[in-house]
Design a protein. Structure first.
Length: 125
């Protein structure tokens, strides 16, 4: 599969992942702005997957060797936190995003997000 096709597919799948988070954990993943907001967050996730994930994967390699589950939560938690942080610095009339429900809400979003990314990685191989 060519790189442009893989990136386009990744972008579309990230939009679907945002929709899944909105559908399956709506009490925790709160996004306003409708479909355009989902596209923006999907684009942010795609860019972070290209730029940040490889760095986080290298930085957490020792953790992955010792505690795969902990690394999974940390990497995806940082990823979700960065996405929330970026969206919070955007125009609030365009979109808002926050993770509700405290630690259980964060863990639910992190797990669903991580599993979604894992499935995308399997599909794109």
């Amino acid at each position: 599969m060519s790189l442009p096709l893989r990136l386009t597919l990744r972008f579309v799948l990230n939009i679907a992942l945002v929709w899944a988070l909105l559908s399956f954990v709506p009490q925790a993943f709160v996004l306003t702005g409708g479909f355009p907001a989902s596209v923006i967050v999907g684009a942010i996730l795609t860019l972070l997957n290209i730029v940040v994930r490889p760095v986080l994967d290298v930085l957490t390699l020792p953790l992955k060797l010792l505690a795969t589950l902990l690394a999974f939560v940390i990497v995806n938690g940082v990823f979700v936190w960065l996405t929330v942080w970026i969206v919070q610095h955007m125009e609030s009339s365009l979109l808002t995003l926050h993770i509700a429900g405290g630690l259980p809400g964060w863990l639910a979003v992190i797990i669903v997000f991580g599993l979604g990314n894992w499935m995308m990685k399997l599909l794109l191989k």
